[in-house]
Design a protein around this ligand. Sequence first.
Ligand SMILES: NC(=O)c1ccc[n+]([C@@H]2O[C@H](COP(=O)([O-])OP(=O)(O)OC[C@H]3O[C@@H](n4cnc5c(N)ncnc54)[C@H](OP(=O)(O)O)[C@@H]3O)[C@@H](O)[C@H]2O)c1
Length: 293
Amino acid sequence: MSARLIQGSQIAAQIRTEIRQQAEQLQAQRGIVPGLVTILAGEDPASQSYVRAKQKTAGELGFHSLQEILPADIREDELLELVGRYNRDPAVHGILVQLPLPGAIEESRILYAIDPDKDVDGFHPVNVGRMVIGKPAFLPCTPYGIQQMLVRCGIPTEGADVVIVGRSNIVGKPIANILLQKAAGANATVTVCHTRTRDLAAHTRRADILIVAAGRPRAITAEMVKPGAVVIDVGVNEIGRTEQGKRRLVGDVDFDAVREVASAITPVPGGVGPMTITMLMLNTLQAAQRSAS
Ligand SMILES: NC(=O)c1ccc[n+]([C@@H]2O[C@H](COP(=O)([O-])OP(=O)(O)OC[C@H]3O[C@@H](n4cnc5c(N)ncnc54)[C@H](OP(=O)(O)O)[C@@H]3O)[C@@H](O)[C@H]2O)c1
């Protein structure tokens, strides 16, 4: 039987409708328009396209949207100065520095300079720490989006065996921390796998919910999935171009085979991807709401 498709694009559209309504309310009641600045240094085409997409979504939601496009040879002190300026700007509630940063700039120095109250990417150690101990925090956008997909699709996490493949700071580790919290939409039993894991398949086959963020095209095959499992495929891998020159993308999961085993699965594209930008907008709205209280 073919698995139910978890359509991230539809869930994201629903959340964006809610964000728009709340943003209108915030403006009507408090005169505050959520403000987001995206800072891009260099000319990496993928980064340019991510930043364009973030700007477009912010604009569609009626946010005050600013963009800083900087040369690849910008100095670290200049970037720090810019971040400091936006930290002090009351019209800006969210600061997003697009990664990777070019050249000799130490990313952590820039990210840690962002005011944690404006850190809508959720990468500042203050927010990471708050997330780990279960205090209100800006959650990193991709893991936050995954949790929202599960909640909004009615997939229970409480007591579920969740297995995560990948331990990056932006996906694997935060989703593990989010889902093991003693809280609604969490309370899972979490296992995190990586390249040093012995017998990966033995772990993935135990999963009620399998979350894959390895960056390895079609690494998860049908034999590695328990019948009836929910499979969340975070991977985005380019495997060539179509005849029209468009990028051909696949996930980390062998979609066609695994969908015959799983009960629900996210497609690539159209699964986790659309949730990520949407959660960035939700974090920005929440930063603006907090600034009013
Ligand atoms: N849709 C979205 O919005 C979104 C957002 C972020 C990322 N992504 C995609 O998600 C994927 C992962 O991104 P990332 O930034 O988390 O990647 P990353 O930093 O490269 O981390 C990959 C992780 O997977 C582990 N891994 C790699 N191959 C493995 C294997 N064969 N068996 C077990 N573990 C393995 C690595 O283990 P080690 O730690 O041992 O090296 C590492 O922890 C990429 O395809 C990326 O493009 C999508």
